[in-house]
Design a binder for this molecule. Structure first.
Ligand code: E4P
Length: 216
């Protein structure tokens, strides 16, 4: 499973890159707003650290506007994946961009039917939002299972990018289903290391080793 960082904070991305866990980055307009920085400037800094796919979202709602913004975004670097919303105009832009060899991440997916359309439009990534789906009383993971089944039925190459990840369990469940990628806030990725028994075991080993009086 590939790990993408869901953030526009460059220091968080640099820290994750140092762990060797970082396969890509996703941003969205809310994350850019939170960073308080110029979007294109931030993107330039991110692609200098991460050579995997870096998702950058268009904000126009119409096809022509999306295409004009996509042009600016893809000029930043070859590894920019243009993020478009799951709308009719978004999927039209997806088809054009992917036929031109640009990676496309189709975002705001909340149904298997939408995911099927994105695959047919040639999306590189489909981003089902599991956390937001759970929030309104549906099962985000059931959606991932349904998309996996449909994509496997037809050998679609579109990668399932599990988004809106809120906890380590989301990541584990998505990995069990066979999702290709997950994107999570760095804080959640760091939680994956943690287990209380690891901490307790380490404490006991450290204490016992000190009692031997030996040095390594
Ligand atoms: C990623 O591409 C999405 O924009 C992101 O995961 C949304 O997460 P949220 O629901 O926590 O805002």
């Amino acid at each position: 499973m590939k790990f993408f960082a869901d953030t526009a904070e460059i220091q968080e991305i640099r820290d994750l890159a140092e762990t060797g866990l970082l396969d890509g980055v996703t941003t969205n307009p809310s994350l850019v707003q939170k960073s308080g920085r110029d979007f294109v400037e931030v993107l330039r800094e991110i692609v200098a650290v991460c050579d995997g796919p870096v998702s950058a979202e268009v904000v126009a709602l119409d096809y022509d506007g999306m295409m004009a913004q996509a042009e600016k975004l893809r000029q930043v670097a070859d590894n920019i994946a243009v993020k478009v919303p799951l709308t009719e105009a978004g999927l039209k832009a997806c088809r054009t961009l992917s036929s031109q060899g640009t990676m496309v991440n189709v975002t705001l997916c909340f149904s298997a039917a939408q995911a099927l359309l994105a695959a047919k439009a040639g999306a590189t990534f489909i981003s089902p939002f599991v956390g937001r789906h759970d929030d309104v009383g549906f099962s985000g993971m059931e959606l991932i299972s349904d998309i996996r089944l449909i994509y496997d039925n037809y050998d679609y190459e579109t990668q399932i990018l599990v988004a809106s990840v809120r906890s380590p369990m989301h990541i584990v469940e998505a990995a069990k289903i066979g999702a290709d990628v997950m994107t999570a806030p760095p804080k959640v990725i760091k939680q994956l290391y943690k287990h209380p028994l690891t901490d307790l075991g380490l404490e006991a080993f450290t204490k016992d080793w000190e009692a031997t009086g030996q040095k390594l």
